[in-house]
Design a binder for this molecule. Structure first.
Ligand code: GP9
Ligand code: MN
Length: 721
């Protein structure tokens, strides 16, 4: 038996077959343990079981064409290793992004690797050793002479037969897939579908071809292409609500980007047994955000969904500030942010309202290609990690912790001319939800079997306090009443693959957890705080990040219809009340929810498997609307159509006018030049700093000089500021 095996693998064909089989086994491990391929039935499972074989045979089988012995074995090893790397990288990536690696992601990897690298190490589990154990096995076989090198070249014709056989097998695989899911390749559906039906290597190739095509689209776009976009926008314009139009005219705009923050956290109380008494106690996770949610100063939304895909945070930023979607693959910031023309919020507000704009973020500026993209969005300042004193004690892989980020931003914020348009991007509530120690420790961990879920509540609680402290500063410095504050969750924090373990904490059953539940967990908070207002309420309109910009512009008294924005004012009675996610057939309306290929009643979660004709019509209608919306968005983004947008009175941005070093010096120079006309917080405070209005303990530790009763020492300054 062993002899037979040994003789077989000691032929070239046998060796190739051994590699194909080993890769197949590893693929199955990845498919069923690492990925979530979301199978509906046995047929799909069957296809997934067979689909690694044709492409692996085709790819590894290429070495059979080689005559030279050394070359044949080397090439086999290289091809096999390439496949292994692809599989392993995807397995790791999937754990965090619930998606597969696209060509755009690969091309961008140097840009995002800073943060992803460490994440990847955290995601490594002992089971992942299975991805490399085969190398030890083959090594042993060679060492024990059970696997000997075959010096005889494999017959050319036979090699060709192997290639043909694998192509034939792939064709059969594709045919079977198309029976189950018609138009699989032409519509794409989702990356998971392609991997589930055809395998990982075919997905990567398919994605590569698509990426190439996308680049072509940009090259081929013509000025006339903007016509369809203009038509769509004028057909879908929602008139502003006269009750709210212009109520925040001329005020500062302050965004607080709530990292990975889901709507279910609002008003959520975590129940855990008390350490000593063992009696179950309730802990309110986000008391401050809860108070904002129900405040009369706030327009809050409880059916507001994130609409991001693989570009996560950067997609949320794209949606919020441009009112179009990110891409169906990769990050729009990364692939187009450094190239496209924009008509984004900072630019509009600068030219129409005389606003100064700035982003505050404690991570490296190149992450998600922000440093390039922000210039084209028209941001005047980008206070990235170089502006903060970041060390091991106050940061983690995604940058400076939120309390420090807010507190240390004041030094820059107070020198900006008002009105300003500013964005504070938080990070502490980011996977892997690293727990705080020392002063910040305290909020209990949940007790599920998933560490990620367990930590989520404590970091969200930290974020809540950080936001409260920032609000306290805004109030103490009198900036509050002249501002409008927009808070939003950028995307989910707990991925769908983890949701069944979250179920128990939401009073649901793991066994009956459905895609309806997954869909509902894509809701994130969206709150617009208008200090001094008393007509705030909680709106149940179904909308998303796409709708932010027109909503905001209307509150500021700016007509949004002149700009290429695809969303609608959420406060308008004419809002479409249909939410489209970044996947054509994922949408939510008050009546129906379509998610992951299934239809549910939105109110109850009951699945509709056999829709009556009327329901069918509604489903088709919503599919159609969502498809058109995404198509128009993709035309704008991939074709860079904003460059053809007809004159709306705005000057086009020249990115070379923008640079992000020496931000503080520039702001101070403007302040000085304006003299008594300067509107900065610092100037309005009698040319005195407002930093000491920041009253948190962490800030005091960081800046003891500000709180000493004796003469204050000079604060540190650095050339980059
Ligand atoms: C990185 C931070 C996180 O700077 O914004 O981005 P994400 O991983 O959520 O896309
Ligand atoms: Mn994010």
């Amino acid at each position: 038996m062993l002899k037979k095996f040994s003789n077989t693998v000691s032929t070239r064909l046998g060796f190739t077959a051994l590699l194909v089989i080993l890769f197949w086994l590893k693929s199955l491990f990845a498919y069923f343990v690492k990925f979530n391929l979301d199978f509906d039935d046995g047929f799909q499972i069957f296809l997934a079981i067979i689909n690694p074989l044709p492409s692996a045979l085709l790819f590894i089988g290429l070495a059979l064409y080689i005559k030279n012995t050394k070359l044949y074995y080397s090439l086999s090893a290289i091809l096999y290793t390439l496949l292994t790397v692809l599989l392993f990288a995807n397995a790791t990536y999937f754990g965090e992004f619930t998606d597969f690696i696209t060509i755009n992601t690969m091309l961008a990897s140097s840009k995002v690797s800073a943060g992803l690298g460490k994440s990847a190490i955290n995601l490594f589990t002992p089971a992942d050793l299975l991805f490399i154990i085969d190398y030890v096995l083959i090594g042993l076989l060679i060492w024990r002479k059970k696997l000997r090198f075959d010096k005889r070249a494999f017959n050319k014709r036979a090699s060709f037969a192997i290639t043909s056989l694998s192509i034939l097998a792939f064709t059969v695989n594709l045919f079977l897939a198309e029976i189950d899911r018609p138009e699989l390749l032409s519509r794409g559906f989702s990356n998971t579908y392609i991997v589930r039906y055809l395998g990982l290597l075919p997905f990567t190739v398919y994605d590569g071809v698509n990426t190439y095509k996308t680049n072509q689209v940009r090259k081929e776009a013509k000025p006339a292409d903007i016509k369809a976009v203009q038509q769509y926008i004028s057909d879908n314009y929602a008139q502003p609500n006269p009750e709210t139009f212009g109520i925040a005219k001329g005020r500062n705009v302050i965004y607080i980007h709530l990292e990975s923050f889901q709507q279910f956290l609002i008003n959520y109380k975590l129940k855990v047994p008390d350490k000593e008494s063992k009696v179950e106690k309730e802990y309110e996770v986000t008391p401050f955000l809860n108070s904002l949610f129900s405040s009369k100063e706030t327009f809050a939304f409880d059916n507001f969904f994130h609409q991001v895909k693989a570009g996560k945070t950067s997609d949320a930023e794209t949606l919020m500030e441009n009112s179009f979607f990110g891409l169906s693959q990769g990050s729009f910031f990364v692939s187009n942010g450094g190239k496209n023309t924009f008509q984004a919020a900072p630019n509009i507000l600068s030219q129409v309202g005389g606003y100064t704009s700035a982003v505050f973020h404690g991570n490296v500026g190149s992450f998600w290609n922000r440093n390039e993209t922000y210039k084209r969005l028209g941001y005047n300042y980008f206070f990235d990690q170089t502006y903060f004193d970041v060390d091991k004690s106050n940061s983690f892989q995604y940058g400076l912790h939120d309390k420090y980020m807010f507190g240390d931003s004041i030094e820059y914020l107070e020198h900006l001319q008002q009105p300003f348009y500013t964005k504070f991007i938080t990070v502490s509530n980011h996977y892997p939800y690293v727990q705080f120690t020392g002063n910040e420790a305290g909020f209990p961990l949940a007790e599920t079997k998933d560490e990620t879920i367990n930590g989520y509540f404590a970091t969200a609680n930290y974020l809540d306090t950080a936001v409260k402290e920032f609000f306290d500063y805004l109030k103490a410095s009198n900036v509050y009443k002249n501002s409008i504050i927009v808070l939003y969750g950028d995307h989910y924090g707990i991925s769908n693959s983890r949701n069944p373990d979250l179920a128990q904490l939401l009073g649901k059953d793991k066994e009956t957890w459905s895609n309806y539940d997954n869909a509902m967990l894509q809701r994130v908070p969206y709150m617009i705080v208008v200090p001094g207002m008393d007509k705030g309420y909680v709106s149940h309109t179904f909308g998303g990040e796409l709708d932010n910009l027109p909503t905001l512009l209307h509150l500021l008294g700016i007509d949004s219809s002149r700009y290429p924005e695809l969303g609608q004012d959420l406060l308008s009675t004419g809002h479409r009340n249909l939410l489209t996610m970044r996947t054509t057939d994922n949408w939510v309306s008050p009546n129906l929810t379509s998610y992951a290929g299934r239809i549910y009643k939105t109110a109850t979660g009951e699945e509709i498997t056999n829709p009556d004709p009327e329901t069918k019509k509604e489903i088709d209608g919503n599919n159609q609307k969502s498809e058109t919306l995404l198509k128009i968005s993709d035309e704008i983004t991939t074709g860079d159509l904003t460059r053809f947008w007809p004159n709306d009175g705005l000057k086009t941005i020249d990115p070379s006018d923008y640079q992000y070093t020496k931000g503080l010096k520039r702001a101070k120079a403007i302040e000085k030049k304006l003299g008594s006309k300067s509107t900065s917080i610092f100037s309005q405070n009698g040319n005195k700093t407002t930093k000491n209005l920041w009253l948190t303990q962490s800030f005091k530790t960081l800046h003891p000089e500000l709180f000493e009763t004796t003469e204050s020492t000079s604060s540190s300054s650095s050339s980059k500021k």
